[in-house]
Design a protein around this ligand. Structure first.
Ligand SMILES: Cc1cc2nc3c(=O)[nH]c(=O)nc-3n(C[C@H](O)[C@H](O)[C@H](O)COP(=O)(O)OP(=O)(O)OC[C@H]3O[C@@H](n4cnc5c(N)ncnc54)[C@H](O)[C@@H]3O)c2cc1C
Length: 400
């Protein structure tokens, strides 16, 4: 019996397992994740803002496994491709015939001094929960301190993640204001961003719409401001061509400027850049045909732009489905198929009822876009968790 080892139960890894479980054949799957639950990483900003509890974006991994799969809850430490062995923190090493690496992303601070120490990260359920706890503590602190900086929430980066987070924070403004005992208008939400043009994945018209929406929601956007360092409660930046550093203080500073693939890739000797490994057309490792690398640890080249596709939940899940198909081919002694990707579009939510983006070739804005975003989430939940998880976690109140 062939042993298939899948590392990571995120969008990529869990999709691989779900689809493989439907295949016939003489194989057994072992799935490893540090958590005993799957979490929807694309919804972490909701937990960070306090709009959703963790239970609304997670489900137990065991619930979606059948008797073909054994689950091991542990942390992957290193991967030895020559010995076909994976070392875990607390269990004996695991051996495999086929390996699927889907260990996802970590925060990237680009070596900016103080970013790791003095800014809150938003990359896992505990880090997202920590952000919410911090906001609550800081708002309550204002009642004694009367320091207006306690009322300022500063998001470092106005990329997709930063904008979605800022939107979720505006939704909760009233609650924060109540905790602090002030008017909602006194809660200030600021995004500091190095680029002068935000959301490069959208054309000028959509990006302009996004900017207007951000302004309408009262989010202060500081573009063209390069973050140079973070001290406790303070961000240092330079604006435009002015080299003179300036500072902005905030009781809550959240880091969303970028992500890298898991450090396990570099620590295991993969040839990688920021934790991402360039893969073959069929998603296998360039040196080992029995090793697949998918999701945010994978760099799959877009032949048109000659750059890797951006890492998203959408491509991660599609890669997972493709790997399940290729593994079935390999188990039957057949050739693997090349992976191809056409994006189905991108929709950015700015709070619960506002969104904008592109679906297929159609631009979507406002309430309809927000409903579409929720339907995209329900589809993803269905793919990974099935009807049971859609019924317990899905968004059916599409307009509110
Ligand atoms: C706030 C936010 C909003 C986003 N919005 C969107 C969006 O709207 N659309 C979109 O397509 N994408 C979005 N993304 C990006 C998307 O979430 C990622 O691209 C996606 O999660 C990658 O999937 P993955 O399966 O590769 O990794 P992950 O989802 O990160 O899963 C990795 C899994 O591996 C486990 N793991 C990691 N390291 C170890 C270890 N050493 N040992 C054991 N287990 C480990 C983790 O617990 C996790 O379960 C967003 C991301 C964020 C943060």
């Amino acid at each position: 019996m062939k042993e298939i080892l899948v590392l990571g139960a995120g969008y990529a890894g869990l999709k691989t397992v779900r689809n493989l479980q439907k295949q016939q054949g003489d194989f057994h799957i072992t799935l490893v994740d540090r958590n005993d639950f799957h979490y929807e990483a694309a919804e972490l900003h909701e937990v960070a803002a306090g709009s959703q509890p963790r239970t609304k974006i997670t489900f137990p991994i065991q619930e979606v496994l059948n008797d073909k799969t054994t689950f091991v809850q542990d942390e992957v430490v290193t991967i030895d491709r020559d010995a076909q062995k994976v070392t875990l923190r607390n269990h004996d090493a695991l051996h495999y015939d086929y390996l699927v690496i889907a260990l996802g992303f970590v925060s990237e601070t680009f070596g900016i001094p103080g970013a790791a120490e003095h800014a809150l990260q938003m990359v896992t359920i505990p880090t997202a929960e920590r952000i919410h706890e911090h906001i609550v503590e800081t708002m309550k602190h204002y009642r004694q301190s009367h320091d207006p900086n306690d009322l300022r929430l500063l998001v470092c980066g106005a990329g997709f993640t930063g904008i979605e987070l800022a939107g979720a924070l505006t939704d909760e403004r009233k609650k924060y204001a109540e905790l602090a005992g002030v008017a909602p208008e006194q809660i200030e939400i600021v995004c500091v961003e190095a680029a002068t043009r935000i959301l490069p994945m959208f054309d000028d018209e959509l990006a302009q719409y996004g900017l207007q929406l951000i302004e309408k929601l009262g989010i202060k956007l500081m573009t063209g401001c390069k973050i140079k360092g973070i001290n406790p409660g303070e961000v240092l930046y330079t604006a435009g061509d002015d080299e003179q550093p300036q500072t902005i203080k905030a009781g809550t500073i959240i880091w969303t400027t970028g992500v890298s693939g898991s450090p396990v890739m570099g620590e295991s000797g993969f040839s990688q850049r920021r934790g991402r490994v360039i893969v073959n057309d069929d998603l296998t490792d360039q040196e080992h045909k029995n090793v697949y690398i998918i999701g945010d640890v994978s760099a799959f080249m877009d032949k048109q732009s000659n750059r890797p596709y951006p890492t998203t939940a959408q491509i991660a899940s599609r890669m997972g489905a493709h790997v399940a198909k290729n593994l079935a081919h390999q188990l039957r002694g057949e050739a693997t198929e090349p992976f191809s990707f056409v994006s189905q579009g991108t929709v950015a939510s700015v709070g619960n009822t506002h969104a904008f983006g592109v679906v297929g070739k159609t631009k979507v804005k406002g309430y309809p876009a927000s409903a579409i975003k929720k339907m995209i989430r329900n589809k993803s939940l269905n793919d990974l968790g099935g009807l049971k998880e859609v019924l317990s976690l899905g968004c059916f109140d599409l307009y509110h």
